[in-house]
Design a protein around this ligand. Sequence first.
Ligand SMILES: Nc1nc2c(c(=O)[nH]1)N[C@@H](CN(C=O)c1ccc(C(=O)N[C@@H](CCC(=O)O)C(=O)O)cc1)CN2
Ligand SMILES: [Mg+2]
Length: 295
Amino acid sequence: MGDTCGMLFYTPPPMIIDGKQIAAKVKAEVAEGVKALKAKGVHTGLTVVRVGEDPASAIYVRGKRKDCEEVGIHSDEHHLPATVTQAELLALIAKLNADPKVHGILVQLPLPKHVDERAILDAISPAKDADGFHPFNVGALSIGIPGVPRPCTPAGVMRMLEEAKVDPKGKRAIVIGRSNIVGKPMAAMLLEKHATVTIAHSRTQDLAGEVARADIVVAAIGKAELVKGDWIREGAVVIDVGMNRLADGKLVGDVEYAAAARRASAITPVPGGVGPMTRAMLLVNTVELARRTLP
Ligand SMILES: Nc1nc2c(c(=O)[nH]1)N[C@@H](CN(C=O)c1ccc(C(=O)N[C@@H](CCC(=O)O)C(=O)O)cc1)CN2
Ligand SMILES: [Mg+2]
């Protein structure tokens, strides 16, 4: 209910944009693509590089490999000790770049502090860049070159908007967060679809006011429930990229979900929203990279 004194201002509940359901649809499409490639003699393969013993990374990589198995993609993992040198990592990437059985390469982040993450990501061949993090692919996205891998999280958000029949054209969109892997590519993708895009970040003055103007809110700051429900414009679409583990073990997003859901026309849950789409889009990138090796 939007009011306290009757049915005058009844606000319908928002559409819950179900990432798990959309991810299942994407995976079924990928499985078809993998099958078609197999018929042409191409066995799609993804290699994941994991460094050290970060427990979350171990879980994510296990999940990615399970996803691969489900859609018929062959996956390999190189698990290196936290003490690995930069030179050793670069040598492994050079080897994978040269291996024709490897269509996609992914280096699970974060890397240990002594490794230069940028140098490692830059060493992955742009033609095998399953995450879409290579500067060539980032540049291609920003100037609109089609057919290159795109960062999985924002690509997943775009697919969710499409499935929810939300056309960004002409809408005011705000992306909160300016990371290279989510915020910046997210803004580029919304701009490509003709949204009027604002990028907000930790130095933004009056974040509440900026959010209140937006028809589409994408929260990717990594701070539990920073975006308050009463900042949300009535009828806005809310996409929560955040995944924050509270002291009690509960996982919450960057948006105050229950309060935002009272105002939004559509909203993504956490968990079960953007996260599953990030995983699904990795498979899309991988099969697309394999397809591009066809003569
Ligand atoms: N090389 C990369 N490293 C990292 C990426 C990335 O895209 N590429 N993103 C994150 C981690 N990540 C994938 O790697 C990832 C994390 C979580 C989920 C997810 O599905 N989350 C679930 C909830 C899981 C839970 O309960 O803990 C959800 O939202 O429903 C997907 C992908 C950092 N590193
Ligand atoms: Mg989620």
